[in-house]
Design a protein around this ligand. Sequence first.
Ligand SMILES: Cc1nc(NNC(=O)[C@H](CC2CCCC2)CN(O)CO)c(F)c(N2CCN3CCOC[C@@H]3C2)n1
Ligand code: NI
Length: 187
Amino acid sequence: MITMKDIIKEGHPTLRMVAKELTLPISDEEKQLGKDMLQFLKNSQDPEIAEEYNLRAGVGLAAPQLDISKRMIAVHIPGIEEETDEPIISTVMVNPKIISHSVQSACLTEGEGCLSVDREVPGYVPRHSRITITYFDLEGNAHKMRLKNYQAIVIQHEIDHINGIMFYDHINVDQPFKIDDDVKILS
Ligand SMILES: Cc1nc(NNC(=O)[C@H](CC2CCCC2)CN(O)CO)c(F)c(N2CCN3CCOC[C@@H]3C2)n1
Ligand code: NI
């Protein structure tokens, strides 16, 4: 089971590396890693389990954060309507790639945080508001997905990690909350 002690923190060189593509078909070990990453996100969103194991809540996780420099990410974004309980997106992406994106940018009202960053870094993190990605799932099936707004932001944060980019790299140093007026602020 993945817990916070497995997550490396800023300053660790692996977080600044460009991770390697996985060779398909992925190994059983790599498949298990993906499953463990997704399970961590589910556990971190369960109040009892998160409390029990002292997990910080997460909706995304990238393999480099576990000191594994491979292009694999997991995302688990729950549905808004509690009764449906269907997550909006819950999957592991192998070799994810942004193949196109909107000109328009968007950012989260509350800025961003990171499980590998044990401090608040205030400021808007401008990202593409819409992206089209391709990726392989753990069974090796190819996927193409269009994402917008919140989901697009989460995926971009994770893909940044496999490229050695941290969310605060995007924050305007002089004026952290300055953004162009055509940037959509998502609440
Ligand atoms: C936005 C948010 N970021 C949370 N944490 N940070 C993360 O996920 C980091 C990645 C996110 C930071 C901004 C974009 C991607 C992890 N990152 O470092 C991986 O690279 C949350 F936990 C969270 N939610 C909303 C949904 N809620 C459902 C019920 O359970 C609690 C959960 C809390 N929303
Ligand atoms: Ni992060």
